[in-house]
Design a protein around this ligand. Structure first.
Ligand SMILES: [Zn+2]
Length: 440
């Protein structure tokens, strides 16, 4: 009697499994985001579209996709759907235990800060040089769910503080370029930063390394010096494609007496030099940004300069930086362009930052809140605004990695009394059910 029940149960299980796999076989997509307003600047889409995803990739973006073709359908009507945000200026080389160092305590772990603000790719801005890049790689890059890329510092020791960053003897182009060539997929540029002397050596050696490795240079121009003016940097020293970050800091004559943008920046832009926000704790002022934006000098890319100081001061996170540009009158489409496709091109990772068929399904679902908000600069001055972005849902390689209000989740009282994990590993990286025997 007992054994026949067992056989019956076994047959039922077999039937259920085979039915399950039949249903699965009919489903072309693992996940369908239905009814959102897609903004995909690379593909010039800004309209209500469905986004279908399978095997971690975007399959198609179309006006109407049949929900029966998807394993999981998420209603995202009323929200915006954009490529995962790309933040090309962060500091994430933490965990070494070094105090007062961006190769240590001043940096943050990327996964704690990225997905909750819609960011799926970051570029560390020079925390490590060629001497410690491999330590950074094994400590952070290899262990993060966030896609972490890096500008290698021209200083061999990286951003370990003054005595290292002012050492002209440790700014060799060749070993920096060699390391960049060894890790071509990860090292996307060369960084020079924080230099206080009158010499051009850090910039020149960074450009030399960038030329050897065929990658751009990002410049934090350090302390202003009459011997090396900003005008010469952007009109002569940098190559087209090199990046000037901290655009609206006002620390290096980005603005002239009259309140206009330094004409040298316009000239640099004409030459192809890129201008990036790099907000940080001390690099963004309303009195620079507002007149510059009015004059039409918009940044090519928005970025945070995320570190332990900036995140709790005016900067906060990538979405807050984007909010600031909405508050200055840019459209959401203009802001998304500067947080997705533009930065992808700047770091020459053109496989990222868009929702073309075949692209990695790094996707964010954004909500625009309307209300009364305030946005603060580096000296604590506020600009009021009426819109605020929130990340509802973040996907990395087609899997949910962040879901603010549980829009992908069933209501608890619709589930069996003894419910367990509700997700499926084909679309969920948070609470997927344990893999079935023999199945994915
Ligand atoms: Zn920085």
């Amino acid at each position: 009697m007992k054994s026949s029940i067992k056989i019956c149960a076994f047959l039922l299980l077999l039937t259920a499994l085979s039915l399950g796999s039949q249903v699965y076989a009919q489903q072309k997509y693992d996940l369908l985001l239905k009814g959102g307003h897609v903004i995909d600047p690379k593909n010039k889409i800004s309209a209500i579209r469905d986004v279908a995803i399978a095997n971690g990739k975007v399959v198609t973006v179309a006006a109407k996709i049949d929900p029966a073709e998807a394993l999981k359908v998420v209603d995202v009507s009323g929200y915006y759907v954009t490529p995962g945000l790309i933040d090309i200026h962060v500091h994430v080389y933490t965990g070494t235990g070094e105090r007062n160092s961006y190769a240590g305590d001043n940096s943050v772990y990327p996964d704690g800060f990225t997905f909750r603000s819609g960011v799926t790719t970051v570029a560390d801005a020079g925390c490590a040089g060629w001497r410690n890049f491999e330590d950074f790689k094994q400590r952070i890059i290899d262990r993060s769910k966030t896609r972490v890329l890096a500008f290698i510092n021209i200083v061999g020791n990286g951003m370990r503080g003054g005595k290292f960053e002012q050492d002209l003897m440790d700014m060799e182009a060749k070993p920096a370029a060699d390391m960049a060539l060894r890790y071509k997929d990860l090292i996307i540029g060369v960084k020079t930063a924080h230099y206080g002397g009158p010499e051009w050596t850090p910039v020149e050696h960074a450009v030399e390394a960038g030329t050897m490795a065929n990658i751009p240079v990002m410049v934090d121009f350090g302390i202003d010096h009459p011997e090396r003016p900003l005008s010469e940097l952007v009109t002569k020293k940098l190559r087209p494609g090199d990046i000037y970050t901290h655009l609206y800091s006002g620390l290096r004559h980005e603005q002239v007496e009259s309140g206009k943008v330094n004409p040298a920046l316009w000239e640099g832009r004409k030459r192809g030099v890129i201008f990036d926000v790099g907000h940080g704790g001390g690099s963004f002022l309303w009195r620079l940004a507002i007149p510059a934006v009015k004059e039409g000098f918009l940044p090519d890319s928005l970025s945070t300069d995320l570190h332990i100081g900036s995140m709790n001061s005016g900067m906060k996170d990538m979405l807050n930086v984007m909010d600031k540009f909405l508050a200055m009158g840019l459209s959401l489409d203009e802001v998304i362009l500067r947080s997705t496709w533009n930065p992808a091109r700047e770091i020459r990772h053109e496989e990222l930052g868009h929702l073309s068929p075949g692209a990695a399904a790094d996707v964010v679902v954004l909500r625009v809140e309307k209300g009364s908000f305030g946005f603060v600069d580096m000296y604590g001055a506020r600009l009021k605004g009426t819109q605020k972005l929130d990340a509802e849902l973040t996907l990395r390689d087609g899997k949910v990695v962040y879901d603010l209000n549980g829009i992908t989740r069933p209501d608890w009282n619709t589930l069996p009394r003894d419910y367990r994990q509700t997700g499926d590993a084909r679309w969920d990286a948070i609470t997927p059910a344990p893999a079935r025997r023999g199945g994915g």
